[in-house]
Design a protein around this ligand. Structure first.
Ligand SMILES: C[S@@+](CC[C@H](N)C(=O)[O-])C[C@H]1O[C@@H](n2cnc3c(N)ncnc32)[C@H](O)[C@@H]1O
Length: 384
């Protein structure tokens, strides 16, 4: 890979500060109109007020982030430097790979490669690029991961907001409709070709581990926003007697039904909008473990209040259905909602009857490299 010769760009004060502090983003409202002359994907040599070189980044003409910063200092990044970043990311996952063959190999800015995510499912690498400007670099990263790990397939899937302009495609081998991964004692089929995200929510592994080690023998579980039901299958491994999975996506539930349940009689599948379904659930339906894992609800700061309102509604309902000594799991993948605010919001709704017993930390393949990277909050409460 050659880096197209960087163009010099003088940052405004706040942009310069962001680079000095190691932040990977310079927002559009912090750059001068001079950037508009650059094409998407242009490498920039970022200089401060005294023309001193502060670092290097990639220009993006669309969206809130105008420049993704790759490197501080005055030496331009080259292919060897990019490979070094990937090698470091893979090294960090070495232990985890003894436990699973489904993991995030590159976690974007948190691994120093902004906008680029590579997930691995068994023999398939799935690349996702979050802006057109990093597409070229992303392909290089995915090819290198594929080679280093000796994988067969490399596919490129686009995040929801890019799907309208870019079609998913195969970069090497083929696009498996489904592939399987192992996670400790659990095995999952992953709908790579058709599923949400890259195929599965790898970031919930820590929660799956926690659930699988609870004493759920004979217990009832309600798994809200279940997708392909991986949390429910962790509950099955912990011997839960009855597991209800609810999701709006019939397709996701169909994948789960078709591929997973060892004992289908223990499962109930409900395709419904939870905001309509949950208030209708009879009060006498009580569960020993109730999981609430809604989708990302706010991409803009102006949507945060609406998202918190929706959470309050969900948890007001949820606490009515948790048995005494039962667990309530509250997950939030909305990066715009800071950890403290989420905890306060849920805490204020669940009240004195519930105590927070733990929170599930991110695993090694989801490192948190900067404040906005701390997107996933998972809290576990227990009823009196
Ligand atoms: C963060 S994912 C859940 C991942 C899941 N817990 C797992 O173990 O893989 C959010 C899920 O919410 C579902 N969803 C979004 N809006 C919904 C709604 N209004 N009612 C029910 N499900 C919804 C999506 O289809 C998606 O599967």
């Amino acid at each position: 890979m050659s880096l197209s010769s960087p163009r010099r760009y003088q940052l405004k004060k706040e942009g310069a500060l962001a680079v000095k502090q190691g932040h990977p983003w310079i927002y559009r409202n912090k750059v001068s109109t001079a950037v508009e002359t650059f094409a998407s994907g242009q490498w920039l040599q970022l200089v401060g007020a005294q023309n001193e070189v502060l670092g290097f980044g990639i220009f993006e003409p669309e969206g809130l982030i105008a420049i993704r910063v790759l490197k501080q200092g005055d030496n331009p990044p080259d292919a060897a430097w990019v490979r070094g970043r990937i090698d470091k990311a893979l090294k960090r996952r070495e232990n985890l790979r003894k436990y699973t063959d489904g993991f995030r190999a590159v976690h974007g800015e948190n691994d120093g490669l902004p906008g680029i995510v590579v997930d691995v499912y068994n023999e398939t690498a799935v690349l996702q690029t979050y802006a057109a400007s990093v597409d070229r670099l992303g392909r290089y990263v995915a090819a290198y991961v594929t080679r280093q790990l000796g994988l067969k397939n490399t596919v490129w899937k686009f995040p929801v907001k890019r799907k309208a302009v870019a079609a998913d495609r195969v970069l090497r081998g083929h696009m498996p409709r489904e592939t399987s991964i192992r996670e400790g004692q659990l095995n999952f089929s992953i709908p790579v070709g058709e599923g949400q995200k890259s195929g599965a929510f790898l970031d919930l592994r820590g929660l799956r581990k926690w659930i699988a080690t609870q004493k759920l023998d004979g217990k009832r579980v309600l798994n809200l926003f279940a997708y392909t039901g991986t949390l429910g299958f962790a509950a099955e491994a912990a011997k839960a007697r009855e597991i209800w999975n609810v999701d709006i996506s019939k397709g996701a539930l169909d994948v789960a039904k078709r591929l997973h349940a060892k004992d289908p009689s223990r499962f109930r599948w409900v395709a419904a909008d939870i905001f309509d379904w949950f208030p209708e659930l009879p009060r006498e339906e009580k569960f020993d473990l109730l999981i609430v894992d809604p989708p990302m609800m706010a991409s803009k700061i102006t949507q945060v209040d609406g998202a918190l309102h929706a959470y309050r509604k969900l948890y007001r309902e949820a606490i009515l259905h948790v048995k005494p000594k039962g667990f309530l799991v509250a997950a939030c993948c909305t990066a715009r909602i800071p950890r403290k605010r989420f905890e306060e919001t849920v805490g204020s709704v669940v009240g004195e009857r519930f105590k927070k017993v733990t929170s599930i930390a991110p695993e090694d393949d989801h490192p948190v490299g900067f404040s906005e990277g701390d997107y996933l909050k998972i809290l576990v409460f227990r009823a009196n």
